[in-house]
Design a protein around this ligand. Sequence first.
Ligand code: NAP
Ligand code: MG
Length: 480
Amino acid sequence: MTSLFEYAPAPESRSIVDIRPSYGLFVDGEFVDGTGTPLKTVNPATEEVLSEVATGSEEDVDRAVRAARRAFVKTWGPMRPADRGKYLFRIARLLQERAREFAVLETLDNGKPIRESRDVDVPLAAAHFFYHAGWADKLEHAGLGPAPCPLGVAGQVIPWNFPLLMLAWKVAPALATGNTVVLKPAETTPLTALLFAEICQQADLPPGVVNIVTGAGETGRAVISHPDVDKVAFTGSTEVGRSIARAVAGTEKRLTLELGGKAANIVFDDAPIDQAVEGIVRGIFFNQGHVCCAGSRLLVQESVHDEVVASLQRRIGTLRVGDPMDKNTDLGAINSAEQLARIRELTAFGETEGATCWQPDGDLPDRGFWFKPTVFTDVSPAHRIARDEVFGPVLSVMTFRTPDEAVAKANNTTYGLSAGIWSEKGSRILKVTDQLRAGVVWANTFNEFDPTSPFGGYKQSGYGREGGRQGLAAYLRSDS
Ligand code: NAP
Ligand code: MG
């Protein structure tokens, strides 16, 4: 893509990672064959097949749940909490030691820029293990009762947008609270979860504490509906979340759901415009917009609309779209052909419904799955691009005149995961934040994550929190 500055290519080497031609399931501390039909995982930037990965059938899931139950009863459950903490610290350190390997593998399998997997995904995944390692022997001080107890076996299903990081958000709190895990990674991005299984072996984690069962949606369904699973944790689409809530209803299972979003990013006329533009770019183009809390609805105060949009378009013109392994790349590949088709379908609606579409000049690579950073102006709140989650690099811009109108428009969504506010006025930030129905509200920044900070949604964005003290509650009971 043409850019203000030209850089020489700066490709990261892939030689650090050794991708096996095929992978089995990780059950009871070992890699074993799956009985389902294996799946191929591809590099979305090139469509190259990276590896063949086993599919877990109901029978395989049952084997994994039985291993997790045994580990819960015999080793992990009875273990001294401080010793559980030591294992988590060890895993965190191994993730750091092998960070480059994880970053390269994540970028190859997912399509996200190496700059992000290296600087965000992998360090944050390690941080989640460090943070929860510290909690392992202090749970009675978490404000969740004098002697909180683990639930047992956790069945966890995660999406493809932050494969290793979502694994860390699920596995670290589950283990720190004394539970054992059966986790299903997403079909298109299983490889870092399988490398994580190697880390579990390297850390000498007792067999069965972590089990990784790869496969498609059916494997996920087998995990969440297994009768011996005590806790279900799901991150993914609202549609699948709803079907999981139905499957779990009427059982003793505890459930947390982290689902979709359609966040408002609100820019007031007193905001520092250049800083806000950086935040808008980060809000919607980070990870190609494959972010549940992406700032996909930009609400700009009418008086600064033209200035903000002009400045934003100028800035987008400098973004580098292309080879995710290049250290200068800002936007990588769309994760799959299916996701690309969905983005195309929703943006086509934007044009037929009368919004104005803008994209920067320049070409996209010939092979792989790509979509240009896109801005829609003249958007009305009734348009589908203002209501539906695109889960891609597509921003919808709307305007407001008063703070009350901004709040009303921001809350006019079925979701409620996150929001952003840009203003120099602290009192306005606090007042507006208070009125927003969103689990996370960022002020003068966007897409900041920290393991100490609880994350989760209102309304159709799901329920339960991950991270912080609140996230521990999802894996503990305080009734005994
Ligand atoms: P998805 O289709 O809901 O898939 C999520 C996971 O569930 C995948 O592992 C998927 O397997 C599995 N799955 C599919 N059908 C299932 C079923 N019936 N029972 C159990 N598991 C099933 O979502 P996605 O397209 O991968 O991810 C994008 C969505 O996730 C977006 O809507 C986004 O907002 C949401 N998301 C939310 C958060 C959050 O924290 N709130 C974070 C990230 C993403 P396959 O991979 O084989 O389909
Ligand atoms: Mg892949």
